[in-house]
Design a protein around this ligand. Structure first.
Ligand code: GUN
Ligand code: FE
Length: 443
């Protein structure tokens, strides 16, 4: 069995949602654990001392005595074409789009530019331990082709879609209802379920689509049983007022999408900050999910996501960076912002719950939890090695940590890309931090 390979370290992963089973039953932790991978799949997981005697004597074991292994992170909402516009100053959503975003997205009519950004974007995701993401392209079909071609190189499980946008945007960035339907269909037929890639039908948000375009998006969703639908919902108060004016017959913002048959088990709505009870209820009833994007919601001043309310209504929730309105590719930093957003609402976000949202919860929101999101035997071997000695501050602070929950919380509070020692996708190393100041030993 020379095709087996093993990693020895502290290992933690979620096996259920803490809201359903409580914190303690929601995760498994091995202080001195062993993760065994066969090809692209997890073969065994457990205590090193128990597992090692059951495995071949010549099994290569990579030992990381100062590390914690977690599943790869799942980013449920991000825009790859906004990589080079992070930190655009001084605006809230609608002026931010017009001032910064649309001119940046114009560049993606050029496939060479799109591929260059896609390559740098993926490198950045992997440097930050993110192995799966639900990704916006631009209105240009070539932007999605470039993204999928770049993802294929690393054999990553990625979801992407072409933006559908036929009004209230510059002419250089609009399609038509018919061309958006046709081009999306061609992309689905070429890319959906090709290897580890999936397609998401991607109307940007209600204000930039005509009724006819939304109706065709709904038609497309009905024509394929397992494609995704990805859009924005109720992010900013001015946006919500605008949507009500543009769609006067809708009962609420979500109802615009509902009336066009865009709610499904594979529908993911970014933000969902200013929702009424009916909207939470419909999200739950249809099995749709919300991408909680705390960094973005703070940066462009959108508001505070009410996680408690989403949970009360049993709505699926994942976590998203929302680059480039979000300010960090790091899901650790995004968890830090999530903690603060929940604090401002006089609640607490337990680190296990945060880990859940950033891994198994995201995988569940994307209906991929049979494949990714934790380290269960049979899952795809997408995982991250977190270095407890990545920085002087992590080293000194974690020396005082009393258990895995505190260790995770410290990683989520002061950790970032430097904490990611290595990232694995389908059993292959896709990122190795160059300055390695901890002591890995290969047996
Ligand atoms: N709503 C419509 N488009 C966008 C976008 O690109 N980013 C964010 N954060 N919200 C949007
Ligand atoms: Fe977004």
């Amino acid at each position: 069995m020379s095709h087996l390979k093993a990693w020895r370290a502290a290992i933690v992963h979620c096996i259920a949602d803490p809201k359903d089973v409580g914190i303690d039953a929601a995760y498994e932790y091995y202080q001195d654990g062993l993760l065994v991978v066969e090809g692209d799949t997890i073969y065994a997981l457990g205590d090193a001392a128990t597992l090692i005697p059951t495995l071949p004597k010549d099994l290569p074991i990579e030992h990381h005595p100062h590390a914690v292994i977690t599943p790869g992170f799942v980013d449920t909402h991000i825009h790859y074409p906004q990589t080079d516009m992070i930190g655009s100053y001084g605006e809230q959503l609608l002026t931010w789009l017009n001032t910064y975003t649309f001119p940046e997205e114009k560049k993606f009519s050029d496939k060479a530019h799109a591929r260059d950004v896609a390559d740098r974007f993926l490198k950045e995701l992997l440097r930050n331990g993110t192995t799966t993401a639900l990704v916006f392209g631009t209105v240009h079909k070539v932007s999605v082709e470039a993204f999928f071609e770049a993802s294929e190189v690393h054999n990553l499980r990625m979801i992407c879609g072409k933006v559908m946008m036929d009004r209230n945007a510059p002419d250089y960035l609009t399609d038509t209802a018919d061309t958006s339907y046709q081009e999306s269909k061609e992309l689905i037929d070429t890319w959906h379920n090709k290897g580890r890639l999936h397609y998401a039908i991607t109307p940007r948000f209600a204000p930039t689509s005509s009724e006819q375009q939304l109706q065709l998006a709904g038609k497309l969703l009905s024509e394929y049983h397992d494609v995704y639908m990805h859009t924005h919902l109720s992010e900013n108060k001015d946006e919500c007022v605008w949507v009500q004016a543009l769609f006067p017959t809708s009962n609420n913002y979500l109802d615009v999408y509902d009336q066009h048959k865009l709610l499904s088990e594979r529908s993911v709505f970014a933000h969902g900050i200013h929702l009424c009870d009916d909207e939470y209820h419909r999200l739950h009833e249809t099995g749709s999910a919300i991408a909680f994007c705390p960094s973005s919601n703070l940066f462009i001043g959108s508001g505070l996501f009410n996680l408690q309310k989403a949970e009360d209504h049993q709505v699926n929730v994942g976590m998203g960076t929302d680059i480039g309105a979000g300010t960090s590719f790091s899901m650790l930093q995004t968890m830090s912002d999530a903690y603060k957003v929940i604090q401002l609402q006089n609640q607490n976000l337990n680190p296990i719950k945060s880990l859940y949202l950033a891994t198994l919860g995201g995988a569940k929101a994307l209906r991929l939890d049979d494949k990714i999101g934790n380290l269960a035997v049979g899952s795809e071997a997408d995982f991250v090695i977190l270095d407890k000695k990545a920085t002087p501050l992590l080293t000194s602070r974690l020396a005082l940590s009393k258990g895995i929950e505190e260790t995770l919380f410290v990683f989520m509070t002061i950790g970032d890309d430097r904490a990611i020692k290595a990232t694995y996708s389908a059993g292959q190393c896709v990122h190795q931090r160059s300055s390695d100041n901890s002591s890995a030993q290969i047996n």
